[in-house]
Design a protein around this ligand. Structure first.
Ligand code: ADP
Ligand code: MG
Length: 348
């Protein structure tokens, strides 16, 4: 599928490393005053005056984090940026710069890297971040892409995982489980395609969840919205590994417990119907699916009136003393301890 759109296959060796970097990055614009020197020297130079800086990095590995048989490279570039920006927003910070490092094998033509960079460029434009550097090297196996994101915080506005207090409300943005169910649909279609390469799948009904998997959006808008509503969360984390593992991180870092209400977990109707089709429990998917890139945060009850009418937010539970433990309160009102699912990538 890599060559689908772009028929030409110019070998990477046609350009040297420097010409390649030049070629891939020539369209990127620099928009932030804090970017003093971007690509082109031994290091980027950034000047944030006396603001606090947040830095985060993620590494995506072919065959572990993505499968190029259904992940177009343009989407991969976009998603690699989103994964990192999501971590910046989870600190209640504004993302300003990124670096992108690649290890590529010769099986990728220049056109494939152009697609990858087209996705990175779209993400950089929409989310207003400057590309200020990276590294490019060869790989004997698959594709590796590592993005580092840098952001800034006004005053003391950063939000840690550690600030949740008993009686705070547990709130989540958007809805959960879509990315995981999108992946289930894509995996199924891949199997069908193996058996019958001429089959033309009709994925229209699944477009929302497939988009959640292939083209996730980081919740920059939520950081802005919270600021406009004058709500500073007491703690925050982004949902990359599934709700249960993020709740556990947040509660452990804050030394608190919580009650999470199953009936409150926000699910899109397409997630519910696809779960029925696959015979999977939708609560399990929301708890353990991952890759939703929504924000999970806690607020003081005094702030409830500021968020309650907003369709972007759902209150899904509340914080308790550590001794109470962390529980899922089911629809049948039984209390089940919330358990970590371990690290998916190693368990698979
Ligand atoms: P060095 O030899 O000092 O590591 P490089 O030749 O790797 O420098 O990089 C030259 C410049 O190009 C640097 O500014 C670096 O940050 C940037 N760069 C290298 N690879 C990439 C890439 N894949 N994407 C964006 N910028 C890159
Ligand atoms: Mg280098």
């Amino acid at each position: 599928m890599i060559e689908d759109k772009n028929q030409q296959r110019t070998p990477l060796s046609d350009l040297g490393e420097f010409a390649l970097i030049d070629h891939l990055t020539k369209n990127f614009k620099i928009n932030h005053k804090s970017t003093v020197k971007a690509i082109g020297d031994d290091a980027a130079v950034l000047d944030f005056k006396n603001k606090k800086i947040v830095v985060t990095t993620d590494l995506l590995v072919e065959g572990v984090h993505f499968d190029l048989s259904y992940m177009p490279l343009k989407h991969l570039g976009y998603k690699a940026v989103m994964v990192n920006l999501s971590d910046v927003y989870a600190m209640n910070a504004k993302a300003t710069q990124i670096t992108v490092s690649l290890a590529v094998s010769n099986r990728f033509p220049i056109e494939a890297l152009e697609d990858l960079y087209a996705g990175i460029e779209t993400a950089a434009k929409i989310y207003d971040v400057d590309l200020v550097g990276g590294d490019t090297t060869s790989s004997t196996t698959g594709l590796l892409i590592s993005v580092t994101a840098i952001g800034e915080v006004e005053g003391d506005n950063e939000v840690y995982r550690s600030g949740a207090k008993p009686n705070d409300l547990l709130v989540v943005s958007g809805d959960l489980g879509g990315a995981y169910m999108g992946l289930q649909v894509l995996e199924r279609e891949k199997e069908v395609y193996k058996v019958n390469p001429n089959s033309q799948p009709d994925l229209e009904a699944y477009s929302y969840i497939i988009e959640r998997q292939l083209k996730p959006e980081a919740r920059k808008d939520i950081v802005t919205l919270l600021k406009d509503l004058e709500v500073k969360p007491s703690s925050m984390i982004d949902i990359s590994d599934g709700l249960s593992s993020e709740i556990i991180h947040l509660c452990k870092e804050s030394s608190v417990g919580c009650d999470l209400y199953e009936e409150k977990i926000p699910l899109d109707p397409v997630v519910i119907s696809t779960c029925e089709e696959f015979n999977i429990d939708s609560t399990t998917v929301a708890l353990n699916g991952g890759e939703d890139y929504e924000l999970l945060f806690t607020i003081s009850q005094d702030d409830f009136s500021k968020i309650k009418a907003n369709p972007n937010f759902t209150v899904i539970g509340f914080i308790r003393e550590a001794e109470a433990g962390m529980h899922l309160v089911t629809r049948a009102e039984s209390r089940i301890p919330i358990k970590a699912q371990g690290w998916k990538n190693f368990n698979a």
